[in-house]
Design a protein around this ligand. Structure first.
Ligand code: ATP
Ligand code: MG
Length: 426
């Protein structure tokens, strides 16, 4: 094994989660929230004065610093929107640097004298502008300089959907990577088919939005404002229906069957869904088909519709487009000859496809693979095969590691090809 192969290190920057870690973690990276807390200076208790005063805190430590719920919106910074950091958002870039450093320091083998830096493979959303690449390079360079140790030997950056295709050893396929902030639909034939990529403005944050609305409607407005709570509730309670009308019909006739009491561990807070238990199905459906007529009344009441997506040229994907419509649109940008192959290997990855299917509900609830297959068949596409990544939330990181192992060390970064290693130390 070469030195490079022993120290390949993957990074997946997501809108809600940062996944990171070296090759020896095998299947499962570390994962922290992609967020940083900027504490107020007056906050320290006297017996804590000795502690280092930090401008920004990341990782598990954030919880120790949280103040009032009102403060969250100004002090707790999530640096990414839809997978991208704004160019001039200084605070956001500070958070990116801090989480990056947090990861590298966590795995830095201090006692290993021969260690000469990780070979970092970073993974960014397919639609990332060039400045994202430049800044990610810079961030790693600065960390090396500030820490005064060679944490990063070389770095390269690959698009997230490519990483997914690599981790599944797929040659011709369609990767759908749906995280918290966006859904990247990417046909692949040996490499990414760039002209066919659609980065849809839709992700787990939209499922959060409809969940928050439901919580408000049933009388839990305060909890609905707390993003972390909403996420937990969504993941535990949300269901993806096989067929929304059928599911609602069954649940309205037999609400106890789908009723739940959701308890927040360690607190007295609980949320109960009884007659309203049919609304659990709205949460999953909204991601796949926000144009279902049931959502019309929500939009009329002022619930914000999913935003339109603008793609290369002047093309607009309406915010309400169903996932099947968008997949077809993307595949149809490719030659007809390969379209059947693209439908025959659709790979789903990302946390937003992790909908749970309780065993007792298989007659009404389903997983993302089945849902996508059914929706495409409904549109007349034959022979659809959809598979889910084994660990959907980790497949980008996994692919980054595989890429790092196979990409030859001597190839230098090239801005035209957007590949190669940028060496940061001598
Ligand atoms: N069991 C679950 N059911 C539904 N949603 C889930 C489940 N588990 C995780 N999620 C959602 O997946 C999303 C996080 O997924 P992921 O880590 O892939 O996103 P990300 O990489 O941070 O974002 P992006 O790739 O869009 O920038 C969150 O919205 C989270 O609530
Ligand atoms: Mg992601």
């Amino acid at each position: 094994m070469s030195v490079k192969d022993a120290f390949v290190y993957g990074e997946d920057y997501g809108t809600s989660k940062f996944k990171f870690g070296p090759v020896f973690l095998h299947e499962k990276p570390e994962m922290i929230d992609n967020r940083g807390y900027f504490p107020s200076p007056s906050q320290l208790l006297p017996h804590m004065m000795e502690e280092e005063v930090k401008e920004v805190v990341v990782g598990e430590e954030v919880q120790k610093y949280l103040e009032t719920i009102e403060d969250l919106s100004t002090k707790l910074i999530y640096p990414m929107r839809k997978g991208v950091v704004r160019k001039d958002d200084k605070k956001a870039w500070k958070v990116i640097k801090e989480i990056t450093k947090y990861g590298l320091l966590k795995f830095f083998p201090k006692r290993m004298k021969e260690f000469n830096g990780f070979y970092v493979v970073s993974s960014l959303a397919a639609q990332s502008p060039r400045y994202m690449y430049e800044r990610i390079f810079e961030v790693h360079k600065e960390i090396n300089e500030e820490e005064n140790v060679p944490l990063v030997n070389s770095i390269t950056i690959i698009p997230q959907p490519l990483a997914v295709a690599i981790s599944h050893k797929a040659v011709t396929c369609t990767v759908i990577e749906s995280g918290h902030g966006n859904t990247q639909i990417t046909p692949v034939s040996r490499g990414l088919i760039r002209g066919a990529i659609i980065a849809l403005n839709r992700g787990g944050s939209d499922a959060n939005a409809i969940t928050a609305q439901i919580l408000k409607d049933i009388g839990y407005s305060d909890l609905a404002r707390e993003e972390k709570f909403v996420t937990l509730f969504k993941e535990e309670v949300g269901l993806l229906p096989l067929d929304l009308n059928m599911a609602i019909d069954k649940a309205k006739r037999n609400p106890e069957r789908f009723g739940v009491i959701f308890k927040v561990p360690g607190t007295s807070i609980e949320v109960e869904l009884k007659e309203d238990s049919w609304q659990r199905f709205l949460i999953g459906e909204y991601i796949f088909n926000p144009q279902h007529e049931i959502f019309e009344s929500y939009y009329q009441r002022g619930f914000t519709k999913p935003r339109d997506t603008y793609i290369a040229g002047e093309e607009v994907i309406p915010g309400l487009a169903s996932l099947s419509e968008v997949i077809i649109k993307s595949v149809e940008k490719c030659p007809t000859e390969i379209q059947p192959m693209l439908y025959r290997d659709i790979i789903l990855s990302g946390g937003n496809f992790l909908w749970r299917v309780p065993l007792s509900m298989v007659d009404v609830a389903t997983n993302s693979q089945t849902k996508i297959k059914l929706m495409l068949e409904e549109k007349g596409i034959p022979d659809v095969i959809v598979r889910a990544a084994e660990n959907p939330q980790y497949s980008v990181w996994r692919g980054a590691i595989v890429y790092g192992l196979s990409f030859p060390e001597e190839v230098e970064w090239n801005w035209e090809k957007m590949e190669g290693w940028l060496k940061l130390i001598n």
